[in-house]
Design a protein around this ligand. Structure first.
Ligand code: ADP
Ligand code: MG
Length: 886
């Protein structure tokens, strides 16, 4: 304990000097007017322009942001929030507990780094959070003269571009990464939406860089699927015998072909090499064997409406939308003699890991980063700094209760809920699956308890946030899967903002509909009784509002949007937003009193009670759940209810646990055993470690592809940016001629053959060949003369193409050339991506020998990539000289 305190103190000292400086400057800012503050910020911008150094500006910029926040939102950054901001600016991860105000913390480094004019990205996990944070924080930025942008899923590229050009842009990791991939497929500079990367702050950084880093982000096309190969491979399995032709590795769900097996198959197929990258059979064969030896009908999948539907092994649940990847699904379809569905082709892909590493300056914040510190450091070079809370934490984490089986565990949970709810203390129960949430709901029904249930479906995020926000109300019981409503602040006694939004929305839409239906007499309308609301001033403003023709033009959605955005707007921009603002303020005044009362009552009851129903795959996720109570010095309690047959213990507990279970005589009462807690901890760490290894492995393999992608995207961008590519084209043509000469001279090809080759490339007859005594002529020519002749022919052909295209107008030729180069770069890259996927699979199988698969993979990837320039030159010249405008 003592050591901990010391660590925090020394850590604080590091930043304390700057914090003191900020506090000092802040005092001097108090006397300035709003416009003087803005002018000061402008000065900082100028200063940066001159010096290109942000460090001397930190204290002043932070002080300005703090003052701007106080004057617009009424929130003054706490000192620990300043420290958080400094950590973020130092390209680190700030671990700040839930409710400590990370949204506000981000404004500090955002404003500082926006002084560079190069843009700041603040990344969140979903559209709802991006929009919420942008709306609430934009006032600070606006006050200081910065503009903000927001990217949402349904935006056009024009809107995206505009929003990315803002000083500070709020965006989700998904949209941002997709925009990056799309930008790198653009054929025109005008379609590119992103600027070069500058500074990025990732909110809930562990969710994005760890939990979501398992799978790469992919843009794909449907492609023709070699149905025959799947069917033939399925047939072949009839001629293979276990342990002679192949071996099965059940634990890793893999099969290994023996030498005898490979030979047998090569014979049946009459091919030379099963592993040939140009005509690969091996993936089909391996998948067919796997489909036979490892995947069984009604165990791993069921057949439904001519389709294979996956069954989850741990839960037994069917997963209708999932498909096994890499051709396995098709192999099982072939085995079951079902129609084989199309495969998709990757046209662009990147992992979050490599994407975020593209930022020259990267930082992140989260409530739970410490347990993943090593991974952050190793992969992202980001260290984690724990920031002390503004107020001391009062949360009580009670020891785990362990039951003998699921039945007694869930009964105990329901019983506990019933007991706690007698006092009215609010409860939040976290589950791992939707099924379990629903099962618990059934149990709570038996006690006649009322509850809210949330499932973390992407389409429900906003609604779920609204529900979670009320989880701190007296008597509330909320059942939520892990991710549901994340990022939402749970205020004890309930959140009045959401409540007011909803109530005013109802009032406004009902009132407007009355007016529109020509029943002007709204004061007598059921409004009063319906909303139990009767302030005279309120009603008169409402009456004038519904007489405003501009207001009447708004749709329900418009009203909803205004209410959401008006939530914290200080400067209304027209008559009706002004009135709405007034109505909101009235409601806030009215509800705030009761909220304060409620808040005190719930605090006296002990705050929010968190119940965990199972240990998760990582300690981080458990901590996220616990962290939902005890915000900003609130009281709160957390307790996990576990069972000996929970997945974690069952699968990773080891043999000792099994023994323990058998020797214990157990009734329904819970166990508290150090041995069990230790086993649980180590099982959880094993799972974490395994997941980390998988991500590390992905990262290692992705490394070479990542370097190649960077090269391609760089080359591509140069072409995209250049006004003319004629120099490139000339160089391509000359290089082709030189290369072919080198190669063919070695192979002793005849001069005539060479000329024929070039006729084909240039797409026209060569005069030397078509003249009558071609043979004599070619014989008379020396190799050097022939080469010069071809150079000349190429220049002429190219020049006449340019002349031909010039007829259509200025720039047509340049655009065509650029498009032809880009399209071919993309085509080669796309083909390279497919080859790399095959290679990845092939190398995995070969790895069972003595060779190191990663090394092999990198070697071959290098060779596959090396040829691309040569191929590009040929494709470009071939396409260009044959192009015409219709
Ligand atoms: P986190 O993301 O860290 O969980 P949020 O950014 O959602 O926390 O903020 C939680 C709550 O704390 C919000 O209601 C916010 O308005 C409030 N808050 C943040 N900073 C301050 C501050 N300096 N003073 C008062 N309230 C604050
Ligand atoms: Mg947050």
């Amino acid at each position: 304990m003592r050591k901990n305190l010391f660590q925090i103190n020394s850590f604080r000292n590091k930043y304390q000097t700057l914090v003191n400086e900020i506090n000092l400057i802040e005092d001097s800012l108090k006397a300035l007017t709003d416009s003087e503050l803005r002018a000061k910020n402008f000065q900082l911008k100028q200063q940066y322009k001159d010096t290109q150094d942000l460090s001397p500006l930190i204290a002043e910029s932070f002080a300005l942001t703090r003052e701007a926040s106080l004057r617009t939102l009424g929130l003054r950054h706490f000192d620990v929030q300043l420290i958080g901001g400094l950590v973020l600016n130092n390209q680190k991860i700030a671990e700040m507990k839930t409710g400590e105000g990370k949204t506000l913390v981000a404004t500090l480094p955002a404003c500082l780094n926006a002084l560079t004019n190069n843009g700041v990205h603040i990344v969140t996990v979903n559209d709802y959070l991006a929009s919420r944070d942008q709306v609430s924080m934009s006032q600070i930025y606006k006050f200081l003269g910065f503009d903000t942008g927001l990217i949402q899923n349904d935006m056009t590229s024009l809107e995206r571009k505009k929003n990315y050009n803002a000083d500070i842009t709020y965006v989700t990791n998904y949209e941002l990464t997709f925009d990056f991939l799309r930008d790198n497929m653009a054929l025109n500079l005008t379609d590119v939406v992103l600027r070069p990367f500058n500074y990025c702050i990732i909110d809930e950084v562990d969710s994005i860089l760890i939990d979501e880093a398992q799978t790469p982000l992919i843009i794909s096309n449907n492609i023709e699927t070699p149905v025959d190969k799947y069917i033939i491979a399925a047939e072949i399995t009839n001629y293979l015998t276990l342990n002679i032709h192949y071996k099965v590795d059940e634990k890793n769900k893999n099969v290994i072909l023996t030498d005898q097996g490979s030979k047998q198959i090569e014979q049946i197929l009459r091919i030379q090499d099963l592993y040939d990258v140009r005509d690969p059979w091996i993936p089909y064969v391996i998948n067919a064997i796997k489909a036979n030896a490892l995947f069984f009908n009604n165990v791993h999948y069921i057949v439904q409406n001519d389709r294979i539907v996956i069954v989850d092994e741990f839960t037994g649940r069917i997963m209708p939308d999932r498909r096994w990847g890499d051709g396995l699904h098709q192999a099982i379809e072939a085995k079951e003699k079902l129609p084989i569905r199309q495969k998709t082709e990757t046209v662009a892909a990147i992992t979050y890991q490599n994407f975020f590493l593209l930022y020259p300056k990267l930082s992140g914040m989260t409530g739970t980063g410490k347990t993943a510190e090593i991974e952050f450091e190793k992969i992202y070079n980001l260290s984690v700094e724990e920031i002390p809370t503004a107020r001391p934490t009062l949360r009580k984490d009670l020891p785990d209760l362990i039951y003998k089986d699921q039945f007694s565990k869930w009964s105990a949970i329901a019983q506990t809920c019933n007991q706690i709810s007698l006092t009215g203390q609010p409860i939040l129960i976290g589950t791992t699956t939707v099924e379990k949430s629903e099962m618990l709901a059934q149990l709570l029904n038996e006690y006649r308890l009322s509850y809210q249930i949330l499932n973390a479906k992407p389409e429900n995020v906003r609604r779920e946030s609204e529900i979670v926000a009320q989880a701190g109300k007296k008597g509330a019981i909320t059942i939520a899967t892990n991710m549901a409503g994340r990022g939402t602040d749970i205020i004890l006694g309930g959140n009045i903002n959401f409540k007011i939004q909803k109530e005013l929305y109802d009032i406004l839409t009902v009132a407007r509909n009355y007016v529109l239906s020509k029943n002007m007499n709204i004061l007598q309308s059921p409004l009063k009784t319906k909303f139990d609301w009767s302030s005279q001033k309120f009603l008169s403003v409402l009456t004038s509002l519904v007489a405003d023709s501009n207001f009447l033009k708004l749709s329900d959605i418009d009203i909803l949007r205004i209410l959401r955005e008006n939530d914290k707007i200080s400067i209304p921009n027209n008559s009706y937003t002004c009135s709405i603002k007034f109505l909101i303020d009235e409601l806030v005044l009215y509800y705030r009193k009761s909220q304060e009362q409620e808040n005190r009552i719930v605090k006296n009851l002990g705050g929010l009670y968190i119940i965990g129903t199972e240990r998760n795959d990582s300690r981080r996720v458990d901590n996220q759940l616990r962290g939902r109570c005890g915000r900003q010095g609130d009281p709160g309690t957390s307790r996990f209810f576990l069972s000996l047959d929970d997945n974690l213990l069952r699968l990773f507990g080891g043999p000792k646990i099994q023994e323990f279970m058998q020797t214990q005589m157990m009734d329904d009462s819970p166990l508290e055993s150090n041995f069990l807690t230790r086993s649980l901890d180590s099982a959880q760490e094993r799972v974490e470690e395994r997941a980390y290894q998988q991500r590390k492995n992905l990262f290692d393999y992705d490394d070479i592809l990542n370097k190649q992608r960077n090269i391609i995207y760089f080359e591509r961008r140069q072409i995209l940016n250049s006004a003319s590519n004629q120099k490139n084209i000339l160089a391509y043509g000359e290089q082709i001629i030189t290369d072919i000469f080198l190669e063919l001279k070695k192979e002793r090809a005849s001069k005539k053959d060479i000329l024929l080759l070039f006729e084909n490339l240039f797409g026209k007859d060569l005069s030397l060949l078509s003249s009558k005594n071609a043979k004599a002529l070619t014989d008379d020519f020396s190799w050097t003369e022939l080469k010069l002749y071809l150079f000349n022919e190429f220049w002429l052909t190219y020049q006449s193409k340019i002349n031909e295209l010039a007829v259509y107008g200025d720039g047509i030729c340049e655009n065509l050339e650029r498009s032809i180069i880009l399209i071919n770069i993309d085509r080669i890259w796309r083909e390279h991506l497919q080859k790399m996927t095959l290679l990845r699979e092939a190398v995995g199988w070969r790895g069972y020998g003595q060779r190191n698969p990663l090394y092999e993979y990198k070697q071959e990837a290098f060779y596959l990539f090396e040829n691309r320039k040569k191929i590009l030159r040929h494709l470009v010249i071939y396409d260009l000289l044959r192009s015409s405008i219709l």
